[in-house]
Design a protein around this ligand. Structure first.
Ligand code: NAD
Ligand code: MG
Length: 391
């Protein structure tokens, strides 16, 4: 807590979809009267970052992009808000003393700043799934050693977190991650082969950032979530199930040894999960749409198709192989995702490239330190880049 008695919070990735929703929730829960905003960070959208900093009274505003330092400094001239830029500054944003940190930078870029926050013992509201996919046990250990709490924000993991009963871990048989199936749920592979990033980014239920929207279309997002779940909830691979549920109303479920299944339901709006992470273990009133069951009428389920959506199979392979395979899968796919968005490779090539790099790097051992994680990540990026360059 700050001397003022306000809760001190930082938002890493404040200009993104999760970041904007987080500031909305913060405002709903009292804004500057209730919270001291220690630091916010963005990347290229300097105008939004500056507007946010002024509106929420942030102490520090950081852009990840060095070249934007002057622009941000200009935009915040006379505001008294400290300005910084670059990788080290992002880590500093995570390291500045605060009670709660929203980790909502997209991709592996979020790992180092989130780790800095975890190590000093902040409660981590984790939207960035790549932290757990890449660094797994090491990340969980860093949070535990820091002494803060790790509170999932990804809607599926928030649902599981909310459906887990205290002290009943021994009785958890399985978790069931729901997946909307994305815009290509009923498409053939032939149809998917020709899609562009603009087509793939149109998600039927959720409004989200570009990477996760494309990841929902390929189900690579669900692949990341399977690995995320393993580390968050300490599960064996065979305890992690995926079911396609096109309405995205059931956000995920926990199955217990007595046959009971507990679920969390809600409208597809990330503010519920963000609000829960901010007020946990309490609940508070949020202005979000309520479920209308009569209007909804039905909930549908389908088994996922690992032939049309090979990302799910890759996640299972990564879970079974262990070691740095999660980091490798994530890094290779991130490079492939950028190549797809640039029109250099097709939609289906993303999984092919991730699989090839995973197979090539199968001999890499477990990560003993974060440096091992960063090395595997860099090697996987290099190999994925080579494969794309040779096409
Ligand atoms: P987004 O693309 O909308 O926003 C990403 C944020 O990261 C922005 O603030 C951007 O400025 C910043 N950023 C981008 N590149 C950066 C870099 N190289 N260095 C530092 N900062 C950088 O993404 P999003 O949809 O808000 O998702 C953020 C994270 O949350 C992702 O890991 C995503 O998987 C996860 N997530 C998102 C949702 C959702 O509904 N949007 C749901 C669950 C989980
Ligand atoms: Mg999710």
């Amino acid at each position: 807590m700050a001397e003022t008695g306000k809760r001190r919070i930082s938002i890493l990735g404040s200009t993104g979809s999760i970041g904007v929703n987080t500031l909305d929730v913060v405002n709903q829960l009292g804004g500057r009267e209730a919270f001291e905003i220690v630091a916010i960070t963005g990347n290229s959208n300097i105008a939004l970052l500056a507007d946010q900093a002024k509106a929420c009274g942030a102490k520090l505003a950081v852009t990840a992009d060095d070249r934007q330092y002057a622009a941000l400094k200009d935009a915040l001239a006379g505001s008294g808000i400290e300005v910084a830029a670059g990788r080290e500054a992002l880590i500093e944003a995570g390291a500045r003393p605060s009670d709660w940190v929203m980790a909502a930078i997209v991709g592996t870029a979020g790992l180092a700043p989130t780790l800095a926050a975890a190590k000093r013992g902040a409660d981590i509201a984790l939207a960035n799934k790549e932290c757990l996919v890449s660094a797994g046990e090491l990340f969980v250990k860093a949070v535990a050693e820091g002494g803060g709490r790790l509170i999932p924000v990804d809607s599926e993991h928030s649902a599981i977190f909310q459906s887990l009963e205290d002290d009943q871990h021994h009785a958890v048989e399985r978790i069931v991650l729901t997946a909307s199936g994305g815009p290509f749920r009923t498409w053939t592979r032939e149809q998917m082969a020709g899609v562009t990033a603009d087509i793939a980014r149109a998600h039927p239920n959720w409004s989200m950032g570009l990477k996760i929207s494309i990841g929902s279309a390929s189900m690579f997002n669900k692949a990341l979530e399977m690995i995320e779940a393993k580390h968050l909830f300490d599960l064996r691979p065979d305890q992690i199930e995926v079911i396609v549920h096109p309405q995205s109303v059931i956000h995920s479920m926990v199955g217990y040894a007595d046959g009971s299944v507990l679920a969390q339901l809600g409208c597809p709006d990330m503010r519920t999960a963000i609000g829960y992470a901010l007020t946990y273990p309490n609940r508070t009133k949020l202005d979000v749409e309520r479920l209308d069951f009569a209007k909804l009428a039905r909930l549908d389920f389908e088994a996922p198709d690992e032939v049309r959506f090979p990302a799910l199979r890759l996640a299972r392979t990564a879970l079974e192989r262990g070691g740095v395979q999660g980091a490798v899968m994530n890094a290779a796919e991130e490079i492939a995702f950028h190549a797809f968005c640039a029109g250099r490779i097709g939609f289906l090539n993303m999984a092919d490239i991730a699989e090839q790099v995973m197979d090539e790097m199968v001999g890499f051992g477990a990560a003993m330190t974060m440096d091992d994680v960063f090395a595997a990540d860099a090697e996987a990026r290099r190999r994925a880049g080579d494969i794309i360059a040779q096409r």
